[in-house]
Design a protein around this ligand. Structure first.
Ligand code: CTP
Length: 400
């Protein structure tokens, strides 16, 4: 997306640097428009270096491209962070005495503002009336938060954290096409205990499944996330959104949790990496070389959870499976995906190629989405982008 970030003159401008970084990391093209005052807090070189785009505050530069209008017209989203009381008043009045002002008047894109000021200024009837005006016009107001302010005082007026502003901003441009839909997503990798200190596990981090849960919640769904051995920091976004999380360990636990949650849901997404086999016996005491009990481990097969969920599904429920493959070429990968989708009886199968360097533990992913009629979607990018492509395919498949 083309995103304009307006930065106005408040001490929280330093936090906007991190917001711009996050947007760039998420693959967006960012143009920063600081006000003259904002440059007293964070200088031009910082904005240019961090956004990788030229920065100006003036309507008199790059006049040939009619920049004061073009930036607004070309934007898919405008964020103003921090938004001072003064800027909020100017926006409410429709003033356009600098590049940010003209851009805000020229844009038809969603606008999200993150107010930052002292509590008294925020509570002032003038500011509250201006905020009400902006809200009525359809602008989104992210925050302010309640907490410590620059003068050592405390109360509402603190700018939200960059991650929270990012979430609010992306929610403004995202379709609300899963409102009220109950979905269950599994994530992570199961661990099958061998003895008190060892298990059979896999390299799944749980990032893709968590991104799926977060994306669904952003689009309005009621989400249950069944997480198998996922680290707390990976789940942080899901926790922040208030998503119900159920933690599980083994494939058997995961199967039980999925069946329970499935009873009240319309979409099931099985993104967890499930161990196909488990040790036939779980030793009460540590196995040792000395006793010779470590040389051979007898395994028994685990149930195929997603195949069971698909076989038991009621009319209207959609089941999505994942497959990580190490094929020789794309043709073989899609062939395997087609066969696996049929064998499991699922509606959609999301297939990605993995290898020693690919797929696991990385921030990015490349997938294709296979349905009965063939490939119905594809995505390459952040796990969040992949998650949105999966939900696009789910929404399309649910359409009557
Ligand atoms: N899956 C499952 N229960 C299992 C194994 C896998 O529900 N016991 C699910 C996974 O969560 C995933 C899909 O099935 O959504 C495909 O997993 P994969 O390991 O690729 O399937 P397998 O049937 O084990 O096929 P393969 O022999 O290629 O590993």
């Amino acid at each position: 997306m083309n995103i304009v970030v307006g930065v106005t003159g408040g001490i929280a401008a330093y936090k906007a640097v991190h917001l711009v970084r996050l947007l760039i990391k998420n693959g967006h093209d960012v143009t920063v428009i600081p006000t003259e005052d904002a440059l007293r807090f964070v200088g031009m070189p910082t904005w240019e270096a961090i956004s990788r785009n030229p920065v100006t505050t003036s309507v008199h530069e790059d006049v040939a491209r009619v920049r004061h209008v073009a930036l607004g017209q070309e934007a898919d989203l405008v964020i103003v962070a921090p938004a001072t009381a003064n800027t909020i008043a100017k926006m409410a009045a429709g003033l356009a005495d600098d590049l940010l002002g003209t851009t805000l008047l020229a844009t038809t894109a969603p606008v999200v503002i993150a107010p930052a000021m002292h509590t008294e200024m925020w509570r002032h009837p003038a500011t509250q009336a201006n905020i009400a005006t902006l809200r009525e016009r359809g602008l989104r107001i992210a925050g302010p938060g309640d907490g410590e302010l620059t003068g050592g005082d405390s109360g509402p007026g603190r700018m939200l954290e960059p991650e929270e502003i990012l979430n609010a901003a992306l929610a403004a441009v995202r379709p609300q096409d899963l409102v009220g839909v109950r979905v269950v997503v599994s994530t992570g990798g199961t661990r099958e205990p061998l003895d008190p200190v060892r298990f059979l596990g896999n390299r799944s981090s749980g990032r893709q499944g968590t991104a799926l849960a977060v994306a669904a919640a952003d689009r309005g769904a009621d989400v249950v996330l069944v997480a198998a051995n996922v680290a707390g920091d990976v789940l942080a976004d899901a926790v922040r959104l208030g998503i119900r999380i159920e933690r599980v360990g083994t494939a058997a636990d995961l199967g039980d949790a999925m069946r329970r949650a499935a009873a009240e849901s319309e979409v099931l997404v099985m993104a967890a990496a499930v161990a196909d086999y488990r040790p036939a016996e779980k030793a009460e005491r540590k196995l040792t070389k000395e006793s010779g009990t470590l040389e051979r481990i007898e395994l028994v097969e685990n149930e195929d959870i997603v195949a069971g969920l698909a076989a038991d599904r009621h009319a209207g429920r959609l089941v999505v499976a994942f497959a990580a493959e190490t094929p020789q070429d794309e043709h073989e990968m899609l062939e395997r995906a087609r066969r696996k989708r049929e064998r499991k009886g699922v509606d959609l199968l999301v297939v990605n190629e993995v290898g020693w360097e690919q797929g696991f533990e990385s921030a990015d992913n490349t997938v294709q989405i296979v349905a009965a009629e063939g490939v119905v979607g594809a995505a390459s990018g952040t796990k969040r982008q992949v998650a949105d492509a999966v939900w696009d395919a789910v929404v399309a498949a649910r359409r009557p």
